[in-house]
Design a protein around this ligand. Structure first.
Ligand SMILES: [Zn+2]
Ligand SMILES: [Zn+2]
Length: 365
């Protein structure tokens, strides 16, 4: 197959000529313009393939040098994708939906209902332990009065007489027909003569539905829980959309969440920090846990209590994060007389310069 012949151009054709010829031929043979015509479809695939090669200077050069390499590997004529036909019409001004395809078919076939997102407020404890709660969800449900048809009880929607139920009106324009959405039925293909009084013909009504939601233990703030099929009702028999429940977890005055871990800032005295101690720290979800503070613990040091954090999301084995204890050394604001004497004695005893390192660094810079 000669790709130049496919595109009906000479071997010396400019890129511009190739492009123009391609657009002309693609319009003519596009499957949308020739429904059910297998020959046209095959021709279209050839045209697409030829254009893919010849429109790229590098590929075109390769093809000119040895066309054999061009079929077989990757460059097979016609993938499944025909490209967007409307792209080809760019130069034609705004013809819109030329074949009435999306208007005529997407609106008339069953459509999935919209997804809905609602927030659920959770206490710190509920998020930690998991909870089953109810949320009010504003949904559009099929109208009970008309059964979702939108037509008053006792009547039913009927095919639009103007377009014969097709939803589009066609006019012949040379080799392809121009279709526009039917103005009478708005492209729906059906008309409702007596609209249902409850839903005004929409077939759906707004309601607040109470939906039970299971929040897993260890839920984080802004976590999304998906509940399939609990969104808006579908239209024309389509499935309902999904419900997304987004958790909003109240902040705890003491525990900060960090991934599956919790961080708690725990004050320790200078004596505990210097001598070391076993201290009790609060645990998320209640109770306390003992932590060993090594002698010489510095301010800001973090100690890890394994498994005292939040249950890990998607872990069935009850795996948990950690509790991170961040030490805050507290210096007494006031000293008793005896304490003052001890510290003064300490000051005499210790001949230390805690800022030595600081000045060393300044000097070396
Ligand atoms: Zn109704
Ligand atoms: Zn119509």
């Amino acid at each position: 197959m000669d790709l130049y012949k496919v595109l009906e151009v000479s071997k010396k054709a400019s890129q511009d000529e190739i492009r123009r010829s391609y657009r002309r031929l693609a319009r003519k043979y596009h499957p949308d313009a020739n429904p059910g015509d297998q020959q046209a479809e095959n021709r279209f695939k050839e045209i697409q393939h030829a254009y893919e090669v010849l429109s790229r200077p590098e590929k075109r050069r390769e093809y000119d040098e040895g066309p054999r390499t061009f079929f077989g590997s990757g460059g097979q004529p016609g993938g499944a994708d025909f490209g967007d036909f409307s792209d080809l019409l760019g130069g034609f001004g705004n013809l819109g939906d030329v074949f009435g395809r999306s208007t005529a078919t997407t609106q008339r076939s069953p459509a999935k209902g919209e997804n809905i997102t609602v927030n659920v407020r959770l206490s710190f404890e509920d998020a930690l332990n998991g909870v089953t709660t109810r949320v009010g969800v504003p949904v559009e449900e099929a109208c009970g009065e008309c059964g979702g048809t939108g037509a008053a009880p006792g009547t039913s929607p009927r095919a639009c007489p103007d377009c014969g139920g097709r939803g589009v009106q066609s006019r012949d324009q040379g080799f392809f027909a121009l279709s526009t959405p039917c103005s009478r039925c708005g492209g729906e293909g059906i008309i409702i003569e007596r609209p249902c009084s409850v839903c005004s013909g929409k077939g759906r009504v707004r309601k607040t539905r109470q939906v039970k939601v299971r929040i897993p233990a260890g839920a984080r703030d802004k976590m999304k829980v998906r509940i399939p099929g609990r969104g808006n009702a579908g239209t024309k028999g389509g499935p309902a959309g999904d419900l997304y429940v987004v958790t909003r977890v109240e902040e705890h005055p003491v525990f900060r969440r960090r991934g599956d871990d919790f961080v708690v800032r725990v004050p320790v005295s200078i004596v505990e920090a210097a001598l070391g101690a076993r201290i009790e720290v609060p645990r998320p979800g209640g109770g306390t846990v003992k932590v060993k503070l090594p002698a010489g613990t510095q301010d800001g040091k973090q100690l890890k209590v394994r498994g005292a954090g939040a249950p890990k999301a998607r872990s069935d084995g009850g795996e948990k994060g950690d509790l991170i204890v961040r030490v805050g050394v507290v210096v007494p604001r006031k000293l008793k007389r005896r304490e003052r004497e001890i510290l003064e004695a300490l000051a005499e005893e210790r001949d230390e310069d805690v800022r030595e390192d600081l000045f060393k660094k300044v000097g070396s810079s």
